[in-house]
Design a protein around this ligand. Structure first.
Ligand code: BTN
Length: 265
């Protein structure tokens, strides 16, 4: 049973021109986390249409990767989650969805921000050396396939400054010196995510993998890393189908998961 007290919900789908991503759109005035809200909705209500999106004007307990928190100033940024049912992917192809979602976000932003826009492995959205956004993708597994996936996206849009601990952050406003309409950006991202997702659903994995590598931050450039307490210079050369990062080092080619490697400045 849901308690919707103090939560002002707007249903709005007249701004999004996609086929299904964002067509069932709930805009919440305030929520702890859009990912958690969507997860609860899934377990407490009748089945939701694929592409259902939850957007929060204020998200006060946003979650990030690796147990981090995601902070976002009320009303300034995009914080939303999308429901997808990628049952056509096997468990070891999960990373293809990460690729498609990252490409969806960067492609939607490209007309605004251009070529400096990159995907920092695995799925951070970067502008130059600064973080513009991130994703928390959570899979609900059934047997050996992915039943549904919640794609949570946080993007810094109109925020003008960031606290010290997030000093690597940047917003669209800081880059372009002007405010950007959140709903229209959400509409563009939904359309672009849908088109990459449909590529994947049509079996075009190789297209998605090539495009992802093409957008990858620091690919083929020597840079400093830290792994197992050791600092070294390495060059990203590839990302395995299962999502492991391939780094060429003085000791040969090494593969890392997200928990194992840190990008140094
Ligand atoms: C990261 O870079 O660590 C991922 C950040 C993901 C934040 C988004 S905001 C919308 C959705 N709801 C959450 O609680 N987290 C994601």
């Amino acid at each position: 049973m849901f308690l919707l007290l103090n939560i002002n919900i707007t249903l709005q789908n007249n701004i999004i021109s996609s086929l299904f991503v964002g067509q069932n759109l709930l805009i919440l005035k305030e929520v702890n986390s859009t990912n958690d809200f969507l997860k609860n909705l899934l377990s407490n209500s009748k089945p939701l249409p694929e592409g259902t999106a939850i957007m929060a004007e204020t998200q006060y307990a946003g979650r990030g990767q690796q147990q981090n928190k995601w902070h976002s100033e009320p009303g300034k940024n995009l914080t939303f989650s999308i429901l997808l049912n990628p049952g056509f992917l096997s468990l070891d192809e999960q990373f293809d969805l990460t690729r498609a979602m990252s490409l969806g976000v960067t492609d939607a932003l490209e007309p605004l921000l251009g070529q400096q826009l990159k995907i920092k492995w695995p799925n951070d959205i970067y502008y130059g050396d600064k973080k513009l956004g991130g994703m928390l993708i959570e899979n609900l597994i059934h047997g050996s396939s992915i039943k549904s996936t919640i794609v949570g996206i946080g993007l810094n849009v109109n925020q003008e400054g960031f606290p010290d601990e997030a000093s690597n952050a940047v917003s669209v406003k800081q880059i372009l010196q002007k405010d950007y309409d959140l709903h229209s950006l959400l509409a563009d991202i939904c359309s672009s995510i849908e088109s990459w997702y449909l590529n994947l659903r049509a079996g075009k994995k190789e297209t998605v993998r090539i495009a992802y590598l093409d957008r990858l931050y620091n690919i083929n450039q020597p840079r400093p890393f830290k792994a197992n307490g050791e600092t070294f210079t390495g060059t990203i050369t590839n990302v395995r189908s299962n999502g492991l990062l391939v780094v060429n080092t003085d000791n040969g080619e090494r593969e890392f998961s997200l928990k194992e490697i840190e990008f140094l400045k």
